[in-house]
Design a protein around this ligand. Structure first.
Ligand SMILES: [Zn+2]
Length: 351
């Protein structure tokens, strides 16, 4: 398709160097790609960090400037390349996996496309969805049922992150979980634990600037802990009869989280690491052996988590509280300010 579109570019590797334009070229698709008309795209913590130019995060990608970010999106197919999967048609409502896995390595063979040997990412390494149109490999595109709105569709990607993280700590009936960090991913973990796995007792901890986020966690059914008003480790032990939760999920990405988690997890418990702390953690190893603790990493999502996420959403998983602001793409700056103020959870932009 020829023509111009609106888009938000990051023009150079410098804090705040984002620019809204209305004369960006519409991307030309390759034979195996489709052109998606983007209807909704969430501002992820990664986008927020890239806007503030966090070099540690930026260095984990291969960003070409000017860059278009945005990797949590939904929309409608506008054009289909001749070699894209035959079931994709113009007008279909879709979302897509932003991991451009190679489909040839041993990990892809097992469905573990998240840890593929060669996996550029749409929205950082490749142009993303803070734009009216986006070109994406057809085999990454996933049709959405009518019950899932475009705004909900933009939450599927972070929901997949939460599904992988929760699955990897193997929840069992009757166990207690603690989610550390009430950002959007933490809140989605609370929702998945409660609504998908039926875990009745879910604790969620945060800090002083998380008060509004902890209110949402409470509405999602969590018992909340404000770490600026109490000692989190003491409070968690008190709330679990002294033994600690069997499952702890790090959704904060601060280097102290895993230290606290080792202190308070139950014997035989599992600690899931999803956050990306900038500094290394120091943790005592003896309790990990003596109390038989497992520490388990999780990255992004496997292929199956998209099907799970769509099924859960189509069957009434309620995570609408997480996408609490929907703005036009031109208002991206307001979205950033809402996130800075601790008010915006997943801010969704509409091109
Ligand atoms: Zn691979």
């Amino acid at each position: 398709m020829e023509g111009k579109m609106n888009a938000v570019y990051m023009t150079k590797p410098e804090a705040g160097a984002w620019e809204y334009v209305e004369d960006a070229p519409i991307p030309q698709i390759k034979d195996d790609e489709v052109l998606m008309e983007i209807k909704a795209c969430g501002i992820c913590g990664t986008d927020h960090s890239l806007h503030g130019w966090n070099e540690a995060i930026a260095n984990s990608y291969n960003i070409q400037f000017p860059a278009i970010f945005g990797h949590e999106f939904s929309g409608v197919i506008a054009e289909v390349g001749p070699n894209a999967p035959a079931d994709l048609k113009v007008g279909m409502r879709v979302t897509a996996n932003p991991v451009l896995f190679d489909n040839t390595c041993a990990y892809c063979d097992k469905g573990q496309v998240n840890i593929c040997d060669n996996r550029p990412f749409y929205g950082t390494d490749l142009p993303g969805a803070f734009a009216k149109y986006m070109a994406i490999r057809g085999s990454n595109v996933i049709p959405m049922p009518d019950e899932v709105s475009f705004v909900q569709g933009a939450l599927l990607e972070p929901l997949c992150v939460a599904l992988n993280a929760v699955e990897r700590i193997h929840p069992e009936a009757g166990e207690t979980a603690l989610v550390m960090g009430p950002g959007p991913i933490g809140l989605l973990m609370v929702a998945v634990l409660r609504q998908a796995y039926g875990i009745k007792k879910v604790l969620c901890s945060g800090l002083a600037n998380d008060v509004k986020r902890l209110e949402v966690a409470e509405k999602l059914g969590a018992i909340t802990i404000n770490g600026s008003e109490c000692d989190v480790v003491e409070k968690v032990k008190e709330l679990t009869g002294g033994k600690g939760p069997e499952m702890i999920l790090d959704a904060a990405g601060h280097f102290t989280v895993v230290q606290q988690a080792v202190e308070m997890v139950a014997k035989g418990g599992r600690i899931g690491i999803t956050g990306l702390p900038a500094k290394p953690s120091t943790i005592p190893m003896t309790p990990i052996a003596m109390r038989q603790i497992s520490i388990i990493g999780s990255r992004a999502y496997e292929r199956k988590h998209w099907r799970q996420a769509l099924n859960l959403m189509a069957n009434g998983l309620d995570i609408s509280l997480v996408s609490n602001f929907v703005l036009p793409l031109s208002d991206w700056k307001k979205g950033m300010e809402l996130i800075d103020a601790g008010e915006g959870l997943r801010v969704i932009l509409e091109p």
